[in-house]
Design a protein. Structure first.
Length: 323
């Protein structure tokens, strides 16, 4: 009986010691995260971190894509436009001292009404940030005009497109201007400020059109450029953001086949990839709501032979609580 008593005491002490050690580890980790979250060379008269550690955000995302072609074939002008079905997703995200976890749901895909696949990955830091968008779409539909012919309606299922878009940026005035204040709400913009931006953009695309004769388009484009972003604070609790990042294509590898024929696509200056962003944020107390937009436009070729325009956009509405 005495040994059982000793064993119970020893077990209790060991459990208490383990709990204390675990609490110490968690407290130390929390302290390190807090220090890293709060530190930074910023002008707190312009931007600051939220006072709380937790942020819970509900979002609704709507996105779309369009491909336009225009050119001249044997002296006759042609133009076509193909647009993908819009995609809507609902998501909930939880952030603790800058570490985030989110889950998304696409109601249309669950009901079998949306067959495409899209992945969006964004990171908005104080100095660096990027957007990566991958789309595998088969639901493009639209029309084709050709001189001397009636307009042809193109149903969905004819065009299959896989596209990867990337835009990265560097912020010069990171002490006073904050991209995260507009797009992730991990900072708060207190007064108006702007910044010049460096930008790099990339696009890879493989499109297949199964119509009369199969057409295949493969392209890889890389662009470099600069732009400007501005956060306007018209009053307490308000933020309006707008930025434009035009990049000129410095590397292009494009091929196009129509049946058994190769269609030449010659470089024509300027070929560009343009990324635009906008946002409206309203916050009061520990709550915030708003809307943001990211727009990508790519232009290659020339209308006197063949020009291709790619358009990709995403609109996000959100509501969040800081706890």
């Amino acid at each position: 009986m005495k040994y059982i008593y000793y064993w119970i005491i020893a077990t209790s002490l060991l459990t208490f010691s383990c709990d204390t050690y675990a609490q110490s580890i968690l407290h130390r980790a929390d302290s390190i995260l807090t220090v890293n979250y709060r530190k930074g060379d910023i002008d707190t008269a312009y931007i600051t971190r939220p006072a709380t550690k937790w942020t819970v955000t509900a979002r609704m995302n709507v996105s779309g894509a369009k491909i336009e072609t225009e050119g001249i074939d044997q002296g006759q002008h042609f133009k076509s436009e193909m647009e993908a079905n819009r995609k809507a997703t609902l998501s909930v995200g939880v952030s603790y001292l800058g570490l985030s976890l989110s889950a998304a749901l696409n109601p249309a895909k669950l009901m079998g009404k949306y067959r495409d696949y899209e992945l969006n990955f964004s990171s908005y830091g104080r100095r660096f940030g990027f957007d990566i968008i991958y789309q595998d779409a088969k639901n493009f539909k639209g029309w084709h005009d050709h001189d001397g012919m009636e307009r042809v309606t193109l149903p969905d299922g004819l065009l299959s497109v896989k596209t990867l878009n990337l835009n990265a940026f560097y912020v010069f005035n990171s002490r006073r201007f904050s991209y995260p204040a507009a797009f992730s709400q991990s900072y708060i913009q207190r007064h108006s400020a702007g910044s010049f931006l460096l930008a790099a953009s990339g696009q890879g695309q493989h499109a297949t059109l199964d119509w009369e004769q199969e057409m295949q388009l493969k392209m890889t484009n890389i662009g470099l450029g600069a732009g400007y972003g501005y956060n306007y604070v018209p009053g307490k609790g308000w933020l309006l953001h707008i930025s434009a990042l035009p990049t000129f294509i410095v590397y292009s590898n494009t091929s196009m086949t129509f049946g058994d024929s190769n269609v030449p696509l010659h470089y024509h200056f300027p070929e560009v990839i343009i990324t635009g962003r906008g946002a409206v944020v309203r916050q009061w107390g520990n709550k915030f709501l708003g809307m943001s937009m990211v727009f990508n436009f790519t232009n290659i070729g020339h209308e006197e032979s063949l020009a291709i325009h790619n358009i990709k956009w995403r609109i996000r509405t959100f509501f969040g609580l800081r706890l």
